[in-house]
Design a protein around this ligand. Structure first.
Ligand code: UT7
Length: 336
């Protein structure tokens, strides 16, 4: 029998789903006073995906499709999953939680623990690190970690300062025990938060304190609000610090890292962080051009795509690095 301190965890498999509808910068030019040139130069984004509101592409629908891929590539059955951590700030509905809805959609009948976490763009990294701890303490063996977002419903499509940035999508990973002798494993984790940054990115209307009224709908004050410049500055500092912490914990240096998979909020944030760390951009997975910022889904989508196209291989040292509204932040260093 393995004792808890001997248990190692690894990412068993991944999956993703993005909505079929593509909204390009040129489409946005017809909606707000902006240009493809401005958006691409300032953010690196060319297009984003937008979920259908007719059904089939709500957050748990996307998660269901992404999870089938992850289960299939791992040769697992739905009931092999014994915990679901669903990271999202755009759940299908308020109650019950999205993890529960997904459990039923996947046909999981083992009554596994299901929870949602609302930590914005750091959600997937939080989920992976929590899964790592739950497995190491013996509470679970195979945890489905989901980052699934439909931010298109929370964006003011008449505000050019914010609507150009976001998109919808989902990425998942199954985290489980690593067999003895398996070199794939999560090496170190870091999570944190700084509530003093709550003014930089928030959505105060629609909660218990200020329920949505007709006036809010009229003046559009129920949508997400962001101080882009403030977020930019704090993001680069935070991402660089996250990376240093997980590397130090694992006794590794940046030279050891094969791939950095950062949260995709702005290509300039990613480039500035790489510069602060002294990392060449060749090591950094960037796909913001195709999807924009999908919040908790950016890291798992970028990770899955880089595995699929052969860039990230088993045995590579990979760094997940994220930050989000809160401010929340976290990183994971793992041998894939
Ligand atoms: O996931 C975590 C949350 N997200 C982030 O962390 C995002 C962090 N912030 C950013 O990515 C950038 O700050 C933005 C992309 C949001 C904004 O870029 P910026 O280079 O900081 O631009 P800015 O806000 O300083 O605006 C520069 C100019 C302004 O015009 P003036 O005042 O110089 O005449 C804006 O009005 O660009 C104007 N502008 C636009 N022009 C065309 C702002 N948005 C647009 C737009 N199209 N969509």
């Amino acid at each position: 029998m393995t004792t808890s301190h001997e248990t190692h965890t690894k990412i068993i498999s991944t999956g993703m789903y993005v909505p079929e509808r593509i909204m390009t910068n040129f489409d946005l030019e017809k909606m707000v006073d902006t240009s493809d040139e401005w958006i691409f130069e300032r953010t690196g984004i060319k297009s984003r995906r937008i979920s259908s509101t007719e059904g089939g592409e709500f957050p748990t629908d996307m998660a269901q499709k992404a999870t089938w891929k992850a289960l299939e590539s791992a040769g697992l059955e739905p009931n092999d999953i014994d915990m679901i951590i669903f990271a999202s700030v755009t759940p299908d509905q308020k109650l019950p939680n999205s993890a529960n809805l997904l459990q039923q959609k996947l046909g999981i009948t083992n009554k596994c623990a299901c929870m949602d976490i609302a930590v914005a763009c750091s959600g997937f990294v939080y989920g992976v690190n929590m899964a790592n701890s739950f497995i190491k303490t013996g509470m679970a063996k195979k945890v489905l970690v989901v980052g699934s977002e439909m931010l298109s419903t929370e964006v003011d499509w008449s505000d050019r300062s914010i609507c150009i940035l976001f998109g919808d999508g989902c990425g998942v990973a199954i985290v489980g025990e690593a067999d003895e002798g398996d070199t794939s494993r999560i090496l170190s984790t870091h999570l944190g938060s700084d509530g003093s940054g709550k003014e930089f990115f928030n959505q105060p209307v629609g909660g218990a304190i200020e329920p949505i009224t007709e006036q809010h709908l009229k003046d559009k004050s129920h949508y997400m609000r962001m101080k882009g410049g403030e977020m930019f500055k704090v993001a680069t500092r935070t991402l660089a610090e996250n990376a240093r912490i997980v590397l130090e914990k694992a006794g590794k240096t940046l030279d050891d890292v094969d791939w950095i998979v950062p949260h995709q909020a702005n290509v300039r944030i990613i480039e500035t962080t790489a510069k602060l760390l002294g990392a060449p951009m060749e090591k950094v997975i960037v796909n913001i051009g195709d999807y924009g910022n999908t919040s908790a889904a950016t890291v798992p989508i970028a990770f899955h795509e880089a595995i699929q196209d052969g860039r990230i291989k088993r045995g590579d040292l990979v760094l997940f690095d994220a930050f989000g509204a809160g401010l929340t932040f976290g990183a994971t260093l793992l041998t894939y």
